[in-house]
Design a protein around this ligand. Structure first.
Ligand code: SF4
Length: 370
């Protein structure tokens, strides 16, 4: 990778455009500067604000899979809810196929938008209605989105809807489909339910599938089957996928790029293989150290990282410093008072003072979102 050039879908601005504001033609999703703050107040307690997403920017190409990775509370699910328009961002922009999604009234736009962006939820037991059959779960979205589904004339009859539901079951590997279509959720295993949930999401022919921890409630033995199904849909149907997970091994297996979140901010964004083999940000290294995967056990810091003068670490970080400073083993004095900006490091974006601006490629000076 040429230093400073842009990965497909990278968070970096395109250096060939004057301002970096144009959306590349192959970008399906272009997210810029998303911010979401939740506030809560209990009786006799001061108001408390939690920043769930701060300056989140990334792009996703058609047929690409990215993984949003971070520990619980890092903001992964909030970003998914913002993308699905289940929450309204305080600031930022979401473009789908070049169209400014947030410029439309949510109610008017929701049916069309949700036809293009579908969600697979974490809990396959809770996401299916126990009183409805598998066939009902697949036919209902077909009826609801009829006008938005390509080549939908065949779906105007009951026989056409039934045939399409059988096809969907075949697509997600539940066959013979006739054996499943009349069953109820309690007659299925966890893996089979998650496949039905994926089939339901595919019914409206979406461009983008947001999968929120789709395997975390499944037995280890059937997780791989669901990940393989998502990989196959991406490869063979050109489906774009956002995988939300705390599991770097799953992210490495499915995603082309990994975006690491800490306290609502992207701290590292790069090709999956590079991020796992050579994590640049100390938080990514901490995440990797926490999983007992032999393939990543020998990870080494990325080339170019300057060594951290650990002796300089002393006081607790101020609110203006790096949010990870209190947990960082490589903290420096600058980390306590200066929040690091997002900077390109080779083919990646990293927010960390270990990668000083002076050592960066020339494109950094052109203006990375920060
Ligand atoms: Fe650690 Fe400093 Fe980098 Fe923050 S900026 S992750 S405290 S080295």
């Amino acid at each position: 990778m040429i230093p400073g050039s842009m990965l497909p879908g990278s968070a970096f601005p395109d250096p060939t455009t004057s301002s970096g504001t144009a959306t590349p033609a192959d970008a399906l999703l272009d997210v810029r500067g998303l911010r979401k703050v939740f506030s809560s107040q209990r009786l006799f307690s001061p108001k408390r604000e939690v920043c769930a997403a701060e300056d989140v920017s990334f792009r996703l190409s058609r047929g690409e899979a990215i993984a949003l990775v971070g520990e619980s509370g890092s903001g992964k699910s909030t970003i998914a809810r913002l993308l699905l328009r289940l929450e309204k961002p305080d600031r930022g922009q979401i473009r789908l196929g070049g169209e400014d999604v947030l410029a439309r009234e949510p109610r008017r736009a929701s049916l069309k938008y949700r036809g293009r962006v579908q969600m697979v939820f974490q809990d396959p037991f809770g996401s299916l209605n126990p009183v409805h059959s598998v066939g009902h779960h697949l036919i209902r979205p077909l009826q609801r989105h009829l006008g938005l589904i390509p080549h939908s004339s065949a779906l105007r009859t009951r026989a056409g809807l039934w045939t399409r539901a059988l096809e969907l079951l075949g697509t997600v590997g539940l066959g013979p489909a006739e054996d499943y279509i009349r069953r109820y959720p309690h007659e299925l295993s966890g893996g089979q339910r998650q496949r039905v949930a994926i089939a339901r999401a595919l019914a409206v022919a979406p461009d983008l599938l947001v999968a929120d921890e789709p395997t975390s409630m499944l037995d280890v033995s059937i997780r791989m089957g669901v990940l393989n199904l998502l990989a196959e849909l991406k490869r063979e149907k050109g489906l774009s996928v956002i995988l939300i997970t705390h599991d770097l091994a799953s992210a490495r297996y499915l995603a082309d790029r990994i975006l690491v979140l800490y306290r609502g901010r992207l701290v590292e964004d790069g090709p999956s293989a590079d991020v796992v083999a050579s994590p640049a940000h100390p938080y990514t290294r901490a995440l990797l150290a926490s999983i007992a995967d032999a393939r990543v056990a020998g990870s080494t810091p990325a080339a170019g990282a300057k060594s951290a003068p650990k002796a300089a670490v002393s006081s607790a970080p101020s609110h203006q410093g790096c949010p990870f400073a209190a947990r960082c083993t490589e903290r420096m004095s600058i980390c306590d008072h200066e929040d690091p900006a997002a900077r390109p490091v080779g083919a990646r974006m990293v927010r960390c003072h270990l990668y000083p601006a002076a050592a960066l490629p020339a494109v950094a000076a052109a203006g990375v979102h920060a």
